[in-house]
Structures are given as C-alpha cells and as structure tokens.
Design a protein around this ligand. Structure first.
Ligand SMILES: [Zn+2]
Ligand SMILES: [Zn+2]
Length: 439
C-alpha cells in the first residue's frame, strides 16, 4: 500500500519544517475506498452532531451517489436534506451559491458536496461564509480542486477567486470514479501532468530569486505524478487502481497547497495559460472546456517552452515595455488594466536582473537536464491523453493556434508570480521563444 503511505506522508509534514515554514492542514482525511458510506456516517456524526446535513448534487452526481450519500447521512446525523442543482451546465456562480444558501436552514450543521469542480467550488464558499463544516464525496477525478481552500466563482461574467474553506474530508469510491466519462479522466490526467511544469517553475523561482521552496512538498508532488503516470495507460479501460491513483494525486495537490499556504506546488505557467484561454472564451461568450483539458494542452506547450529555454544560453536582451503593454491590452481586452495593476510589468522582485540572470546560468545544466527529461516524454503524454479521448491541440479546446500563441505571450501577467514565462519576459526572450515554437 505504498500509495496510502503518501497521504500519511502529507500529514507527516504538518508542523515546523526545514524549509523554514510551519506547515498546516485543514483536511483530516482523503479516503479512497469502497466503504464510503461508513466514512461519511462517521464524519456526519462527528461534525453535525444531532443537526441536519445538506447534500448538494446535480442530476449526474445524484444518479452516481445520491442514495448512498443520503442514507449514510441519515444514519450519521439528525437527518439529511438534498438539493439538486438544476440545468445542463452548473457553474460556480451567484445562482448556485444563492440556491445553496436558500436551502440552508437553522438546523443545518454540515454541508456535503457531491460531485467534482463546480459543486465543490460553490459549497466550499457557502460553508466558509456560514462557518459550517464541509465534506466532499467526489464522483470524477477530473480536477485538482477537491482539497482546495479557495473557490473560483463567476460573478457578472468575471471569474473571481474567493476565500473559502478546505473540506474536513474528501471521500472517493474508486468504483464510482471508474464510471466517470473518459473525457473527465483525461482532464484529471491533464491537470496532473501540469504539476511537472508547476514544480519546474517553482524551482526556477527558488533558483533565480530565492523564493521559499519546500523540498519535502515538491518531492511528495513528484511522487504523486509518477504514480499517476505509471498507471495512466490503464485509465481508458476504467481500471480502478488507475483512477484511484489519479484521484489520490489530485487530492494530494490540494493538500500540498494547504501545506505550503499557496498554490505554488500545483500551479505554474500551464495554469496561467489555461486561465488566459478561459478568459478569452468567456469574453467571446463561448463555453469554456474542462479546466484540466486546457491545463493538459498548455502543459504540452510548456514542455516545448522549457526545451527551447534551455536549448542554448541566450544573452539578456532589452525589453520594450510600451510595445508589451499594447500587446497585453490587445490580449486581455477590457480586463487588461486590472491585470496590469495586479501584476505590473516593472519587476517587483528585489533580486536585480543581472543577478537573476547569473543565477539562471548557474542553474542552467541542472534545469536543462530536467527540461530534456520532460521533453523526452512529451509524445508519451500526448498518447496517454488521446487514449482517454482528451485534447492535445488548441483546436480541440475550441481555440486557435493563434490564441494559444497569444496565451503563451500574455499568460505571465495573470499572476504577480515569478515563473518561466515571466522570467523570459524580463530577460527579453519571450517573443523569440514563442515565435520559435509556432514557426
Ligand atoms: Zn488545476
Ligand atoms: Zn517545508
């Protein structure tokens, strides 16, 4: 049971660490097994006492787990209410959040989200606002947000990341996960493969500007990705061991973020590209594709980016800030000014540019080795995503190659965070490298 040891390992990191931080975890358990009802009843009793639980579903997740969840809650606490969110497409937005709020009564002592992305995002936020404990019964290993403590919520067409609460426990039944539609498995795998880039970007920030880095957390994430990759070939046939490994890896990403206190261990340039593409799709009034799908395709492009970044030692080049500003205004449209304020083009890091560059050169050989090892696996990753009916090209996400190119040029502005795309911008190489990729 090497895999379950990993969850123990994550818990073992709680407390003071050699990295200088005090790591904390709100989530008490990630349960992956057949006895979902038993664990759910245990937590319901522990958290709700004699009060009632409100379980939130959509049509599909009710079909997958409705009866099991409700009978477990009835056994564990003073009664269970069910809310079935209506509609073909459920978003984490004012409507879902309002709907859940309206179904919370004076007797409600516990919220239970049954589903994956959006239902969780809505419940997590409501639980936070009302100070209620919250549990997740997951139905698909499609994204890394199960154990997250923030919620992306759509408000008047804009996606805001709002503070929320991490679940006390995440409960997954591999038998249920294995029946999730294949494209959801592909999305989960895409989100997981993205961790390679997130970890490289994090290491690069540590190398170049001395950002706080935790080796035990990074190693935990590396191990989680490796375990997912090992069994990913079995995902298309719905192998329970493979979906369990994927579910565990995705949950571990959430735990790693809780431990670190930020999203560094699980999000880098690949997530920034994904967020940019989503912004574009929403601005055009198009339906955005699954988060993990965009992360997966962006990861394939970032692997190529790292390959070129460490292909040769380039000299520092001047950066025309006003030309960049125009390009970013074009790329972000009406959202541009907000992002330019959030993460200014002028460097915010205290490490002088020349020193960053010297540190980059010092780390060159070690990073080159990692970039090349990843590049050697690019085709294999494409094959794994395709086998689960996942996308590997921008067009399969409903965007053009030109959109992807724009995303690679503009994504660094999404967060005021030091990462490879932002570094290439500072060093005057971003356009050059992106042009090479799309030549
Ligand atoms: Zn993600
Ligand atoms: Zn640490």
């Amino acid at each position: 049971m090497a895999r379950d040891r990993m969850l123990e390992k994550a818990k073992g990191l709680v407390g003071p660490c050699a990295c200088g931080r005090m790591h904390g975890l709100k989530t008490r358990e990630i349960y992956i097994g057949r006895e979902l009802e038993e664990r759910l009843a245990f937590y319901a009793m522990d958290l709700a006492g004699g009060g009632r639980a409100l379980a939130v579903f959509d049509r599909n997740t009710y079909a997958a787990l409705g009866e099991r969840v409700l009978s477990a809650l009835q056994a564990g606490c003073g009664g269970a209410d069910a809310l079935l969110l209506q509609g073909e497409e459920i978003h984490a937005d004012s409507r879902s959040v309002g709907n859940i709020l309206l179904h919370v009564t004076d007797e409600t002592r516990l919220l239970v989200a049954v589903g994956s992305g959006t239902i969780n995002d809505s419940c997590r936020y409501v639980a936070h606002r009302l100070g209620l404990p919250y549990l997740v019964a997951g139905t698909a290993p499609s994204m890394d947000g199960y154990a997250s403590s923030v919620s992306p919520v759509l408000v008047d067409g804009l996606k805001l990341t709002v503070e929320a609460v991490a679940p006390t426990a995440v409960l997954l039944d591999p038998g249920v996960l294995a029946r999730a539609p294949k494209p959801m498995l592909a999305a989960g795998l895409g989100d997981m493969l993205g961790k390679h880039i997130a970890l490289l970007d994090w290491s690069l920030a540590a190398q170049n500007i001395g950002e706080s880095f935790c080796q035990p957390i990074a190693s935990l994430m590396e191990e989680a990705v490796a375990l997912c990759e090992e069994s990913a070939g079995q995902l298309p046939k719905g192998d329970e061991g493979a979906v369990a490994a994927l579910g565990r890896g995705l949950c571990l990403s959430g735990l790693a973020m809780q431990l670190m206190g930020n999203s560094r261990p699980a999000s880098g340039g690949e997530h920034h590209i994904s967020h940019f593409l989503e912004l574009k799709q929403m601005q055009r009034g198009e339906k955005p594709t699954l988060h993990g799908d965009k992360v997966g395709v962006a990861t394939l492009y970032m692997i190529e980016f790292y390959h070129r970044l460490y292909e040769k030692r380039r000299p520092l080049r001047p950066v025309d800030l006003s030309a960049w500003k125009t390009r970013l205004q074009e790329g972000y449209g009406p959202a541009a000014e907000g992002f330019l304020r959030l993460s200014p083009l002028e460097r915010g890091e205290s490490t002088p540019l020349q020193q960053q560059y010297e540190r980059y050169l010092e780390g060159f050989d070690a990073f080159r080795e990692r970039a090349e090892a990843l590049y050697a696996k690019r085709e294999e990753y494409c094959g794994l995503l395709l086998a689960c009916q996942g996308p590997v090209e921008p067009e399969q996400l409903g965007v053009s190659k030109q959109d992807m190119k724009q995303a690679m040029l503009c994504a660094f502005l999404l967060r005021p965070r030091y990462a490879s795309l932002r570094m290439a911008f500072y060093f005057g190489w971003l356009e050059e490298i992106v042009d090479e990729i799309f030549a």
